[in-house]
Design a binder for this molecule. Structure first.
Ligand code: SAM
Ligand code: SF4
Length: 402
């Protein structure tokens, strides 16, 4: 049994950094999610086709040195929280060394990683020693046969062993991310809540998100988004970088990103219609939890960003909801995303990214990269526009770094 609060990072306040990134809507942007690979050993039905999603050529994936350089720049700009993700990040060679170098930055107060858990049993101890603070393990079912239907690779047993290894290694508080889908696992919500009763586990129920649903045949490289020259005279395009104008809810061009989610063959990944019929809203999950466990009490947990967190009375762990669709929390969004191939995205749910890889590889200086990050922040959209039919296209979740 792990001790509470041991190694738990204090991330309630920002350390004095030289600068803070503040977007056009007064949000402090202090959280960088770094995808370290677009490869994965699972094939979750909501994320990837059976045959796998297209991946970037290895030469386009950022090296450890390039990621370390960007982290140093981001930290200098006031980033204090880093999450490593993918694809499946534990597949990346040199991951432990990368974690070690990132954790050496004193200003980073929260260093976490999201994983499918399959390789965690082998790596948890080394990652903890390298300075990783905590992990989120994605797990959608506690039943072996369903695991095969949802993840379509690997074994539930390995993931459960990975969770135990992470707890043992002190990667705490451990979070379990569970995407709830009708017809797949919606009847297991209560079983997941039971995990929180006597274990220091934070279970977070995630609404299914319409990320590139079944547009898998043309997902890479990015297609379909309009490219545009900067209108405000800022230094995009310098040092060989290119920019795809990202969707800023204040820009007229945003509407050009309208995406018609016609159903295409999904190669085994849920298509738009299946995703829609599998969707379970947070309210429905919450009602069924409260019918069994009584009223959920608000819980304050650190680093919960766009998550609403609660606790069953007397429970050790917490229950959270990530309701990007039914009740979006964009106004609390504090993050940027760096894809494995070096594109900086201000929003998961809107197309548009800035090519930091090309900039770095053609000799951009640190201050030029800093400026590209500042401008990305400035153009961060206020909120997603899913309700207007505007959906992210071009990449699926494993290529975005969910
Ligand atoms: N492979 C790692 C994992 O599964 O934890 C990290 C990358 S995965 C893309 C990150 C998270 O995105 C997982 O928790 C996964 O369940 C979630 N995810 C992927 N596609 C999703 C979708 N369409 N809707 C909601 N969540 C999704
Ligand atoms: Fe599943 Fe994560 Fe792999 Fe996507 S990236 S298929 S969510 S394990």
């Amino acid at each position: 049994m792990i001790k509470l609060d041991e190694k738990t990072p204090n991330i309630e306040t920002n350390s004095p950094a030289q600068e803070q990134l503040i977007d056009s809507f007064d949000r402090i942007i202090d959280y960088l999610r770094i995808s370290v690979t677009d490869r994965c050993n699972f094939r979750c039905v909501y994320c990837m086709p059976e045959a796998g999603a297209p991946v970037a050529p290895s030469a386009e994936i950022l090296t450890n040195d390039e990621i370390q350089r960007l982290v140093a720049i981001a930290v200098n700009l006031g980033m204090t929280k880093i999450r490593i993700t993918g694809g499946e990040p534990l597949l990346r060679k040199g991951l432990v060394e990368l974690v070690e170098s990132i954790s050496s930055h004193e200003r980073i107060k929260d260093l976490s990683l999201t994983t499918n858990g399959y390789l965690l049993g082998a790596l948890a101890e080394r990652l903890a020693r390298a300075g990783l603070h905590r992990v989120n393990v994605s797990l959608d079912t506690l039943k072996h046969d369903r695991f095969k239907r949802i993840a379509r690779r690997g074994e539930l047993k390995e993931v459960l062993e990975g969770i135990d290894a992470a707890e043992k290694a002190g990667l705490s508080p451990l979070k379990i991310n569970c995407v709830v889908m009708r017809g797949y696992n919606e009847d297991e919500v209560l079983d997941f809540v039971r995990l929180t009763l006597d274990r220091r586990i934070d279970v977070r129920f995630i609404e299914l998100m319409p990320i590139n649903w079944s547009q898998n045949d043309e997902m890479y490289p990015l297609q379909g988004a309009p490219t545009a020259a900067p209108s405000d005279g800022e230094p995009f395009g310098s040092k060989g970088s290119s920019i795809t104008l990202y969707a800023n809810s204040q820009l007229a061009t945003f509407n050009q990103l309208f995406h018609d989610s016609r159903i295409k063959s999904g190669g085994g990944m849920l298509d738009a219609s299946a995703m829609k019929s599998s969707f379970v809203a947070t309210d429905e999950m919450r009602t069924s939890i409260e019918a069994t466990f009584g009223e959920l009490l608000p819980a304050i947990i650190r680093a919960n960003g766009p998550v609403r967190s609660y606790r069953v009375a007397g429970a050790v762990g917490t229950v959270g909801f990530i309701s990007q669709i039914s009740n979006d929390m964009c106004i609390n969004c504090n993050r940027l995303r760096l894809t494995a191939d070096g594109q900086l995205r201000p929003c998961l749910m809107a197309d548009g990214e800035v090519d930091l890889r090309s900039a770095m590889r053609t000799g951009a200086t640190d201050s030029e990269i800093e400026e590209m990050i500042r401008i990305t922040v400035k153009h961060k959209p206020k909120e997603h526009r899913l309700e207007d039919g505007i959906e992210p296209t071009g990449r699926n979740m494993s290529q975005l770094g969910g």
